[in-house]
Design a binder for this molecule. Structure first.
Ligand code: ACO
Length: 328
């Protein structure tokens, strides 16, 4: 074990320009603002209208690099959590490297963990840093779910939005940085939330292998309960292992899927409103982008002070879930 760890040295985020309100949605499917807001806390979301995942990711990443005071040439690793890349390959990270003029030759790759993608990417990048494989990593979360939701299915299309967030994770021997990180998965429940969009037929395929519905599918009630239970348990375990009490948490930044999921978790942990960050009202569930967007907004709003204990927690398709405890 070295005494080096990763510290978040810069944050950034970017949303596509087009805003889709609940009222706009009520002209597309049989729904209304009252139903969506009371069940989810969402009022509006941004949707891409031409932007690709790598376009918005590069904007978020560029802001994070600027915020860190570093320059593009200092970045020596790019890890992006996404399930909606521009292409099957090249990776979104390679496009970000190109767009931002990062040094050729550095490792750049994507990983897939749906809504937990950013925390999976953060943990992966930090392992590079702890073992001396990187000094300044760009860690990105980006998703364009408007490309994979079924816009005729009111039970899912109202929940999601598009966006990108990023951080620079820098090696430090100081007290600030990632104190603990836990990643989890459970493949047996994959059918509660999935999207087979990139699966296409080949001439060699048996008929039964094909998905006749290419869109995202979800069992909302089951996901709701599992999300609350898994994230609450993950936080309790992470705090215990870090030797930190819930009272010492300055800010919980949970995955922004549904305000009722966040409130249920908050009640279990007995955290007051001012110590829980939410912005789901304006963006909906932006999947892997949700935590880094929230982190950037909390940072830029001055809600993160040096020494603060910040807890990041996510849950998503896979199933996957994750929790990181950070000293700011
Ligand atoms: N507008 C109006 N009515 C709707 C809509 C809509 N957009 N969607 C569903 N309904 C109807 C249903 O058809 C149903 O009608 P019925 O009673 O006549 O059959 C009724 O509303 C109730 O539906 P439920 O599914 O029981 O509603 P519920 O209160 O469970 O809320 C929701 C649904 C919001 C999807 C909730 O289950 C949820 O948020 N689950 C978590 C899902 C989630 O966040 N997933 C994201 C990925 S995982 C993650 O990020 C944590």
């Amino acid at each position: 074990m070295t005494n080096i760890k990763g510290k978040i040295s810069g944050t950034g985020s970017f949303l596509p320009e087009k805003v889709l309100t609940n009222y706009d949605l009520s002209a597309m499917v049989e729904t209304n603002d009252e139903w969506i807001f009371t069940r989810t806390g969402i009022k509006e979301r941004h949707v891409a209208s031409g932007e690709k995942a790598s376009d918005i990711a590069a904007r978020a990443a560029g802001e994070a690099i600027k915020d860190s005071g570093l320059s593009a040439k200092d970045i020596d690793l790019v890890v992006t959590g996404t399930v909606t890349p521009d292409m099957v390959f090249p990776s979104t990270s390679c496009f970000i490297q190109l767009d931002l003029g990062l040094r050729p030759g550095i490792p750049a790759f994507d990983l897939s963990a749906a809504c937990s993608g950013f925390l999976y990417a953060l943990d992966t990048a930090e392992r590079f840093i702890r073992t001396g494989g990187a000094k300044h990593a760009l860690v990105v979360g980006v998703d364009i779910f408007s490309r994979i939701v079924d816009w005729t299915d009111r039970s899912t299309c109202v929940l999601f939005g598009d966006g990108a967030g990023a951080v620079v994770l820098s090696a430090t021997k100081g007290k600030s940085g990632i104190l603990s990180s836990h990643l989890y998965s459970d493949g047996k429940s994959w059918q509660l939330l999935y999207s087979p969009t990139t699966i296409q037929s080949s001439p060699f395929e048996k008929k039964g292998l094909r998905h006749d519905q290419p869109y995202l599918r979800m069992k909302g009630n089951d996901i709701f309960k599992l999300a609350v239970r898994s994230m609450s348990k993950a936080i309790t375990k992470a705090l215990k292992e870090s030797g930190i009490g819930a009272d010492d948490v300055s800010l919980l930044i949970p995955h922004q899927a549904n305000i009722r999921i966040i409130k249920a978790m908050q009640e279990r942990l007995k955290l007051p409103d001012e110590r829980v960050f939410t912005n789901v009202e304006h963006y909906g569930n932006t999947s892997a982008a949700s935590i880094p967007i929230a982190l950037n907004e909390a940072n830029k709003a001055g809600r993160l002070k040096k020494g603060d204990i910040v807890v990041l927690v996510a849950f998503g398709g896979g199933l996957t879930w994750a929790c990181s405890v950070v000293r700011w």
